[in-house]
Design a binder for this molecule. Sequence first.
Ligand SMILES: C[S@@+](CC[C@H](N)C(=O)[O-])C[C@H]1O[C@@H](n2cnc3c(N)ncnc32)[C@H](O)[C@@H]1O
Ligand code: SF4
Length: 424
Amino acid sequence: MGRLDMKTAFAAYVKESVGRSSASKVISQPPHAAYVHIPFCRQRCHYCDFPIVVTGDHLEVEKRANLHENYFNALIREIGLESTSGRPRRALTSVYFGGGTPSLASARDISNVLRTLDSVVGLESNCEVTLEMDPGTFDLAKAREFQSIGINRASVGAQTFNPELLKLCGRAHSVDEIYQAVENIRSAGIQNFSMDLIGGLPTQSLETFQGSLEELIRLEPSHLSVYDLIIENGTKFARLYSAGSSPLPSEEDTSEMYRMASLRLQEASYVHYETSSFALEGFQSAHNQTYWRNEPYFGFGLGAASFLDGNRFKRDGRMGGYMDWVSTASKYEDLEMPVEEVYTFQTEVEEFIMLGLRTAEGLDFEELSRRFDEDIAKNVFKSLKGQERHHVHLEDGLLARLTSPEGFLVQNAIIVDVLKNLPF
Ligand SMILES: C[S@@+](CC[C@H](N)C(=O)[O-])C[C@H]1O[C@@H](n2cnc3c(N)ncnc32)[C@H](O)[C@@H]1O
Ligand code: SF4
């Protein structure tokens, strides 16, 4: 089976699942996680298809300030609408500011969002609050401001430590700025931070990937995400390169990069706890685990996805459409968003299996049986039993886990086999 999809579980998960509505037995529980999208970037990286607005250096300061002001006003109104939803409340255990480039926003704007979330939904006292902080977009003073308003976790997209590759990817920062970003984050007192690395980049060799991996380990982040490049439609990379051919590395080489990352990171004391995620013990991302456990969450902002009351929704990814929706919803106090595709019993079972097999926690047969059906749980167990020699570990008949890294590398084939045998 082909190359492993190592892109953020979040991104892949959102793309796979957006727009489905649930008609199943998912136990409705109040959401306890919120994703907030901050869409501004200095330039668009050549592989990126996220919903963003390029504010570049060419845009005058005043124009940029207006864009930010209008967007944050809409975001605050949108979160405020939640107070009229009648949904049962539970204080948030995680808030994730993702982008885009949230570190381009002012600490005051981010703080206003946090205060609004606190007054509308509530924040647990030990809530994990993550901000994506791109190299070259903040100095020590700004990092301190973020820390002082309650940011207790940062995520730094390094992608690679090779200057030519950074340039080829259209990144707006240098290698030195990655080191500077880490130093600023640490000096500001944010000790819990994650870093992202991408494998399978055009012209990338095993040696350059290994060099970047060693630099990452040297910086001692508490968490790491290692993704395999996805060539997304509509990106500059999609115009320049076709999947599977040079100068993209071969399938064998990208698998080897993954294997190398997994083994080397485990040797350096990181736990491989999800297909693309590694953490020092106790530093697993609380926020991402909400997605992988198939639990509900809020999504606020441009193009953001939510999973509420068993339904999956997605905000408009175009700024005009998003702003219009917030205005209309504010006027009519109507939070309903269109559900684009029916989220059936079948898709929900499939998603539960796929998400479970992505994590080191594994797929829980009792939970599968409780949420859906005993016969389905038995059927899945039988399929996985047949795959035991292919890197599937079955624990007392209760849990199924894929081994790291070999099981994760063939997870697509294993999942296809399990789904093929389901009685749908
Ligand atoms: C939501 S992005 C934005 C974070 C931040 N603005 C940055 O660029 O670092 C989060 C991560 O997704 C990964 N990513 C985005 N597009 C990707 C793609 N086409 N293939 C693989 N990984 C991708 C990158 O590693 C990135 O750090
Ligand atoms: S900085 Fe991040 S979100 Fe912005 S374009 Fe680049 S990859 Fe996409």
